[in-house]
Design a protein around this ligand. Structure first.
Ligand code: NAD
Length: 538
């Protein structure tokens, strides 16, 4: 490590004996790794080795959980839940705010693990503690707003008192992907905890360490034993026993897996929120600031090497500015620095795996074979690391090409010219996904009017994706095949609660009184209904 490397204190200097075995040593101190992996609920004695996509260096042997281990994790969560739900909301919120401070204080350590496990550029890894700190602060500060009992209108004014309580669901199962290993493993669990639930989480097998550090920081923030439990293994093995025991499932991942999970949840009649894939459009209108749009387009398309659910893969550019915009977008893309580095200063890192590299290369090769033109990138970079691929801009992509409508989940964007905005909106809305969109225009009103016609759960005007994602008070999620339910905002916490209506009735009852017949009662009630409508009551 060079002098400038943020000192997490847990990195070691690379291969111990490279002459004999270039992968001989761990990049991390074994004791440190053990302190994290010990948090996995596992009795199998089986481990799976994970290596860094940066250079193939081994990182850790992750203990694997059996179905019995999953059952044990749920038993611990269930035992802890009743006491946790009785802990005052103020105390729960205070823990969340302490967790916020720990995440900011320990961000170098968090980022080091994210970069090592995922291969992403340090600046993209920073987005993760940033997102989690924003989420922890938001829910920590708005706990009462979302969870206090609420008075509602009673049916008989003055005589029916109604309040709605927010009751925790119980134990929430969280299944998360590898692309934002810290953020995705933690962001949905924080509101679940605040609402009085306990959690069993299964992070992706490739990126357990960052998720385990999150669990460690929760413990340090004061969350009691048993409220946050981590299991490890492959989704098809560990997922079903989790779903069998959860009171609610929060899943983030591909649409294909989301469909499987939704069916299993339906069988048990438990709720689920599904944060799934996208094929996100960006619209560059004719009045867009060219330089601003080109800068945003680079971030929209190539953040985390495009392995971002809200990343842009389809770019619709107004005819009037197409050539000028494309010239600036291509120039900025070609100027990006790529590298396998723990340091700041790299614009894009590696893909996570051979599987991701294969998909990206297959999409680009298929498009090129069918006539698409490559304006930037278009090739792997094994000289930089095993899974590097250049940020790639394609033109002339047609519906017969795989990357036209299928999510690539990599650094590949297709450019399309449009003549009128109605046509651009229709093309942006084509396909089955509906996750995120961006619009660049100098006319905010125009942008917002167009946003209302876009079938996506989030729309960012003059920003790639960060404006909606970081505005935690607003809901975030997908329309159509991009998901069900929302994270963030009040929807992001209410999904983990059952709403319970409690009505206290005084004075009158809902049956004939004072010797009145049923028919007389019906007449009196009918007259009352008419009066209430005249009085304007809801
Ligand atoms: P994936 O669906 O293969 O895996 C996601 C998680 O599900 C992993 O933890 C995996 O182990 C688990 N899993 C896999 N099969 C399972 C099964 N049968 N039962 C239970 N769990 C199972 O997705 P991925 O390829 O790892 O992630 C990339 C996808 O995630 C992309 O499509 C991306 O758009 C999407 N994503 C969506 C969001 C969002 O917020 N909408 C965020 C990040 C990623």
């Amino acid at each position: 490590m060079s002098e400038q490397t943020p000192a997490s204190g847990h990195l070691v200097d690379g291969p111990a004996d490279p002459e004999h075995d270039p992968k001989a040593s761990y990049a991390l101190e074994p004791d440190y790794v053990a302190s994290l992996t010990n948090r996995v609920v596992s009795t199998t004695g089986r481990t799976v080795a994970v290596s860094s996509p940066l250079n193939g260096q081994p990182l850790a042997n992750i203990p694997q959980s059996s179905a019995d281990d999953v059952a044990e994790a749920f038993a611990r969560a269930r035992r802890a839940q009743a006491a946790w739900a009785r802990t005052s909301l103020d105390d729960r919120a205070a823990m969340l705010l302490r967790f916020h401070d720990l995440v900011l204080d320990r961000q170098d350590e968090i980022i080091d693990l994210i970069v090592l496990e995922s291969g992403k550029a340090r600046k993209h890894a920073f987005d993760e503690p940033l997102h989690i700190a924003l989420t922890a602060r938001y829910y920590g500060r708005t706990a009462h707003q979302h969870l206090d009992s609420e008075r509602k209108m009673g049916v008989v004014p003055g005589l029916t008192r109604v309040e709605v309580n927010r009751v925790p669901k119980g134990v929430v199962g969280i299944i998360s992907p590898w692309n934002y290993p810290f953020s995705m493993a933690m962001c949905d669990g924080l509101p679940a905890l605040l609402a009085g639930n306990t959690v069993v989480t299964k992070p992706d097998a490739q990126t357990m360490l960052a998720a385990l550090l999150g669990a460690q920081l929760l413990a340090e923030a004061g969350f009691p034993e048993g409220v946050w439990n981590v299991v490890a293994g492959l989704g098809p093995d560990v997922g079903p026993p989790m779903i069998d025991r959860s009171d609610y499932i929060c899943f983030t991942g591909s649409t294909a897996t989301g469909r499987i999970i939704a069916k299993q949840c339906a069988d048990r009649l438990i709720g689920a929120s599904l944060e799934l894939g996208g094929k996100n459009p960006i619209l560059i209108l004719r009045d867009a600031g060219i330089e601003k749009a080109a800068e945003g387009a680079v971030r929209a398309s190539f953040s985390n090497a495009g392995q971002l659910c809200i990343s842009t893969e389809r770019m619709f550019v107004a005819d009037q500015i197409y050539d000028r915009f494309v010239e600036r977008f291509v120039a900025r893309t070609q100027a990006m620095s790529l590298g396998a580095s723990m340091e700041w200063g790299v614009d894009m890192g590696s893909l996570i795996s051979q599987a991701q590299l294969d998909t990206v290369a297959a999409h680009v090769d298929d498009a090129v074979a069918k006539g698409a033109r490559v304006l930037a990138g278009g090739r792997a970079r094994p000289d930089l690391g095993p899974y590097f691929y250049e940020p790639t801009i394609l033109e002339g992509v047609t519906p017969d090409m795989t990357c036209f409508g299928n999510e690539t989940f990599g650094p590949v964007v297709s450019l399309y010219r449009f003549h009128d905005e109605a046509d651009a909106i229709e093309r942006a809305n084509a396909g089955d996904y509906g996750l995120n969109a961006s619009i660049y225009t100098q006319d905010g009103d125009r942008g917002r009017a167009i946003a209302r016609q876009i079938k996506c759960g989030s729309v960012n005007i003059n920003e790639a994706f960060g404006a909606t994602m970081a505005s935690i008070d607003a809901p975030m999620g997908g329309m159509r095949q991009s998901g069900m339910g929302r994270r963030q905002g009040s929807e992001g916490i209410h999904r983990y609660t059952e709403s319970q209506a409690v009505a206290t009735q005084r004075g009158v009852r809902f049956s004939p009184m004072f010797g009145m017949s049923d028919e007389g009662y019906a007449k009196v009630m009918t007259a009352q209904l008419k009066i209430m409508k005249k009085l304007g009551r809801a």
